[in-house]
Write a protein that binds this ligand. Structure first.
Ligand code: ADP
Length: 371
């Protein structure tokens, strides 16, 4: 084969390559510079042929390259040859740009010594930067949402016992003045209830502090019926104020679940509070909230439903979104937090229209759970 015949396929290969290909001799002088290299570096081949390959590098590599080459040729370690790595290149206009460079050695070919295959990484890097920026923005947004949810959760949870304490204290004042109060109420009983609510508020704060520190839920075996009656007692004033009747239909066989009691109570408070709001704000004539438990496969299904207006179909998709609210002074985090809690327990919280009209929220929790 003549030299001419041999160079033809090589020429064809060089010109067809999408990557820039540069061949240099042992002294680093450029021998070949394909079309892709011309486009990438902004030189025509004739401008760079015979020049030191340093012309394609920015400082500090530009000044150091002759030294690298000499060191390699006298048996020193390879920095790029045979490995390929990301480095910075220099365009004819002086701009720096990221490239992936792999260099091979051409042995026993007289003059030719090194071939460099170069891929421009500018777009890839820009895409990576965009992804990183977006990730950072998302993390930041996530943190804001979590912070907001926690603040709203704390406010809501503390507000419940505070409201109850205020109402019990009012009742105590009425009792001492000799005004009519709830039959059977004694100062002792009122003080006990106030103490109970104050401890509940303190407990909520302690648990929320724990939660932010550990970022996890604390599950233990709990009697779901006991949690429920606790909450109904806690909310009895609010229920009475709205004239709301509560029907409870619980399955006694399903008493025990392994849950974070404070969190599950938070869900119950939110659901019942939302039902009270829906019933009172819409002036429903005979307002009723129905709470029931039932077993569905290996899940406990706790349902809170009301005979209010329900949620219009068009809004149902957004019900559990953070900050979705239709209330003038609503925050729109209650249901989002409740669903997070349900999911953190391996369960779910869903909406369904109540059979006789109104809203129905179904909280499902796994019956066999290991804390
Ligand atoms: P907020 O109570 O601050 O509005 P939530 O996340 O608890 O936040 O509730 C979001 C919205 O879901 C409410 O504004 C209301 O429109 C709707 N909603 C929740 N529960 C009920 C219900 N029982 N009946 C009708 N609409 C409800």
């Amino acid at each position: 084969m003549t030299e001419r015949e041999a160079s033809e396929p090589l020429d064809a290969l060089l010109e067809a390559a999408v990557d820039a290909i540069v061949i240099a001799d042992k002294q680093g002088r450029i021998l070949r510079f394909n079309s892709a290299a011309e486009r990438m570096f902004g030189y025509v081949a004739s401008e760079v042929l015979g020049q030191n390959i340093q012309v394609l590098m920015p400082e500090p590599d530009r000044g150091l390259h002759d030294g690298y080459l000499r060191s390699y040729l006298s048996g020193g370690p390879a920095r790029i040859i045979g490995r390929g790595r990301e480095v910075t290149a220099r365009h004819a206009d002086g701009a720096r740009f990221p490239i992936h460079l792999s260099v091979g050695e051409i042995a026993g070919q007289g003059m030719a010594s090194f071939v460099g295959i170069i891929r421009d990484l500018t777009q890839e890097k820009a895409a990576q930067d965009t992804v990183r920026d977006l990730e950072q923005q998302l993390t930041h947004a996530d943190r804001l949402v979590v912070l907001g949810e926690l603040t709203a959760g704390i406010a809501h949870e503390i507000n419940q016992p505070l409201t109850a304490i205020a109402a019990f204290a009012d009742a105590g004042v009425n009792l001492l003045r000799g005004d009519a109060v709830e039959a059977g109420a004694s100062v002792e009983e009122i003080c006990q209830r106030i103490a109970e609510q104050a401890r509940r508020a303190a407990d909520v704060i302690a648990r929320l502090r724990d939660l932010t520190r550990r970022g996890e839920v604390t599950k233990s075996p709990q009697d779901i019926n006991a949690l429920l009656s606790n909450i109904l007692r806690l909310m009895e004033h609010e229920l009475a104020l709205g004239g709301v009747r509560v029907d409870v239909d619980i399955d006694d066989q399903l008493a025990e679940v392994v849950v974070d009691d404070i969190q599950i109570q938070q869900v119950l408070v939110n659901l019942i509070k939302n039902s009270i709001d829906a019933l009172v704000d819409n002036g429903v004539a005979e307002p009723v909230i129905r709470v029931s438990t039932a077993r569905r496969d290996d899940m406990l299904c706790l349902t809170v439903s009301d005979n209010g207006p329900g949620v219009p179909e068009a809004l149902r998709d957004r019900l559990f979104d953070s900050f979705f609210t239709t209330k003038p002074r609503g925050v729109g985090l209650g249901l989002a937090i409740c669903r997070n809690i349900a999911v953190a327990h391996g369960g779910q919280l869903r909406y369904a229209p109540a059979p006789g009209g109104g809203a129905e929220f179904q909280l499902s929790l796994p019956l066999e759970m290991i804390g």
